[in-house]
Design a protein around this ligand. Structure first.
Ligand code: FE2
Length: 267
């Protein structure tokens, strides 16, 4: 498996605090079947901007340590960029890291409690730069949990969706778990990542999902699609299907309206 979302780099954010912890996390990831992982420390525009060279250096250092310790995990550079109006400028100035540092996909984190009005605008601006935004754990956003159609709007713009394995395993509570399951069931997600922060409660666990998700779908979300990101390939999603789902609802609504009209005529 290739994990596109992790906080395994030490000393940069609320993830691993030191090398020993990063090693412990890497060992768990390997046990879980993860062989490649993009390190995505939090980047908060203006408030907490990490120098991208620091991330690349730390990725190289940990890869060296994993090699010496015979830990079969390769790290790649990336960032989890918090949604902000500054994102287009930061991309133009090459201040933020895309996944695999390849300028093709970027991991974007939404606020937890709200969906700013400019969310779509920023996703469009990223797409215009020929970079595909991947929305990190939308199941943790309260507005999306309330109304899943808000996520469909982002998919229509061309954004993709990454769900956390730990959300599906219930680590963030039953509401988040339910929303995550719904996103997967509706086929709105293209990736499952661990978003690991520690070797304990928020460790890189993913294997247990084998019980909940079909092997073919799990393979698409954790192997095939992440590999496409690594290889700079496009991931096509069937937005048509999403439209059709909406049309289905509209159709059902018009049938319902017609039945009301007919009932009135009969009266
Ligand atoms: Fe994260």
């Amino acid at each position: 498996m290739i994990d596109l979302h992790s906080h395994i780099l030490y000393g940069l954010d609320d993830g691993s605090p030191d090398i020993e912890t990063s090693i412990k996390m890497a060992k768990i990831a390997v046990e879980e079947g993860i062989t490649e992982m993009v390190a995505t420390p939090h980047f908060i525009p203006v408030d907490k901007e990490i120098n991208k060279e620091t991330i690349i250096e730390r990725v190289n250092q940990l890869n060296e340590i994993f090699l010496q310790n015979e830990i079969n995990l390769t790290l790649y550079p990336g960032e989890e960029v918090f949604l902000s109006l500054d994102i287009p400028r930061l991309l133009d100035e090459e201040k933020i890291l895309t996944l695999f540092n390849q300028k093709k996909y970027i991991l974007i984190e939404l606020p937890m409690m709200s969906l700013p009005k400019y969310t779509s605008e920023i996703l469009w601006a990223v797409k215009l730069r020929k970079i595909t935004p991947i929305i990190a754990h939308p199941e943790r956003n309260k507005e999306i949990a309330k109304n899943i159609n808000k996520l469909v709007d982002f998919l229509k713009i061309g954004a993709l969706v990454q769900v956390n394995s730990l959300s599906l395993l219930g680590v963030f509570g039953s509401e988040v778990k339910k929303t995550a399951e719904r996103i997967i069931a509706l086929n709105y997600a293209q990736f499952i990542g661990t978003d690991c922060h520690t070797p304990r409660a928020r460790s890189p666990r993913i294997k247990k999902l084998e019980k909940a998700i079909s092997p073919a779908l799990l393979n698409t979300l954790t192997v095939d699609n992440p590999l496409k990101v690594k290889q700079n390939e496009e991931i096509k999603i069937e937005v048509k299907d999403l439209e059709q789902k909406k049309m289905g609802l509209l159709k059902r609504f018009s049938v319902f309206l017609n039945s009301l009209k007919e009932a009135r005529v009969e009266e």
